[in-house]
Design a protein around this ligand. Structure first.
Ligand code: ADE
Length: 347
């Protein structure tokens, strides 16, 4: 790869997009941007990044925040464990590292939620250390350029790509090498119809030479997502709405939603659940319901939101049920499915 590295660096200098996190070399901002970009595309990520660093300008403000403030900023990005891990890691940095990001790859990996990719990104962008940052883009570029025909999700693929890129990165400033490889994957070496004629690596690209860009990388079909059926209850009483807080671990941990129960189908209103919530089901009136289909990475959720009105004083506040004024409900951090339901209810 050594021979084409000057082309890669020149291409990057002349063509890269000006993105908010590229204006910054603070490890904090690099870390925030990289975690956000694991969750969303660059065009949407920019807005989230700016909101995040505006609300939490440094590691101390993040460590001192309430989890729900962080989840509120993260709202809509999905995979909320990432935000909770960031909170945990911020406290680690403040407590164990005097508020300074550790300056080695090995130490960075001790931070919660920081894996190989993020540690390499911070190590190279902030500290100019020679660690290849291998995200999905860089995997695709590597599969094609080196002609690696191992399935892209296999651990042995990573091992081989890491070996080859580690040899190459020594011939370039590590931060620019990694940014350029990521940018190449996003702009030139795209999954479909790569723009090979504009590619700075084409002179040595195995896939280009053997006309194999559509065969590489090798992908294995994903398992089809699991189906889940969830009944949600929109229960209104005197302008207040009942919500619950999800436990802090697991899917949607720490987010708020309508009381709900998972079932084997969406057919019948599971009355027993309302009783479990402490509601007298005889005092509940079913007005109508709306159905939703919500896609997550590994699950497809079929949800039915029952609109229930409840007679005064029927809702007994318990540990699990929170009654909130419908005007304030959006102040609570919520997942996207819940936001869809609120939109539909004009809340
Ligand atoms: N995707 C992941 N990290 C990125 C970065 N630093 N710049 C652009 N896209 C990215």
């Amino acid at each position: 790869m050594q021979n084409v590295i000057p082309n890669l660096l020149t291409w990057y200098q002349q063509n890269h997009r000006k993105l908010p996190w590229r204006e910054s070399v603070t490890p904090y901002q690099i870390w925030v941007s990289e975690i956000i970009l694991q969750q969303t595309r660059v065009d949407q990520g920019g807005g989230y990044f700016l909101k995040f660093v505006d609300k939490f300008p440094d590691i101390f403000s993040l460590a001192a925040a309430n989890e729900s403030e962080i989840l509120k900023i993260w709202q809509g990005l999905g995979y909320y464990a990432r935000a909770r891990n960031m909170h945990f890691a911020a406290k680690q940095i403040v407590n164990d590292f005097q508020g300074e990001f550790p300056k080695s790859y090995i130490e960075l990996k001790k931070l919660k939620g920081v894996g190989d990719y993020t540690a390499a990104a911070i190590a190279s962008f902030a500290f100019k250390l020679a660690h290849p940052a291998i995200d999905g883009n860089v995997k695709r570029v590597s599969a094609r350029f080196f002609g690696i025909d191992i399935p892209i999700n296999a651990p042995s693929f990573n091992k081989q790509a890491l070996e080859l890129l580690t040899q190459a990165i020594d011939f370039a400033p590590p931060d620019i090498f990694n940014q350029a490889m990521i940018e190449m994957g996003a702009m030139i070496c795209t999954p479909q119809n790569p723009r090979c004629s504009q590619c700075p690596l084409k002179e040595e690209c195995v896939a280009f030479k053997f006309n194999k860009t559509s065969e590489l990388p090798v992908t294995v079909p994903k398992k089809s997502p699991m189906k889940k059926y969830i009944h949600y209850f929109f229960i209104e009483q005197d302008g207040n709405v009942a919500i619950v807080l999800r436990p802090s671990s697991g899917i949607w941990g720490g987010l708020h939603e309508f009381p709900n129960v998972e079932h084997s189908s969406l057919e019948h209103l599971p009355l027993h659940f309302l009783e479990e919530l402490g509601l007298n089901s005889e005092n509940i009136h079913v007005k109508k319901y709306d159905d939703y289909k919500h896609l997550l990475t590994h699950q497809t959720i079929f949800a039915r939101c029952w609109h229930l009105s409840s007679f005064p004083n029927n809702i007994v506040l318990s540990n699990q049920l929170i009654l909130v004024n419908s005007i304030e409900i959006r102040n609570f951090p919520m997942h996207k499915l819940m936001l869809k339901m609120l939109n539909n209810l004009n809340l």
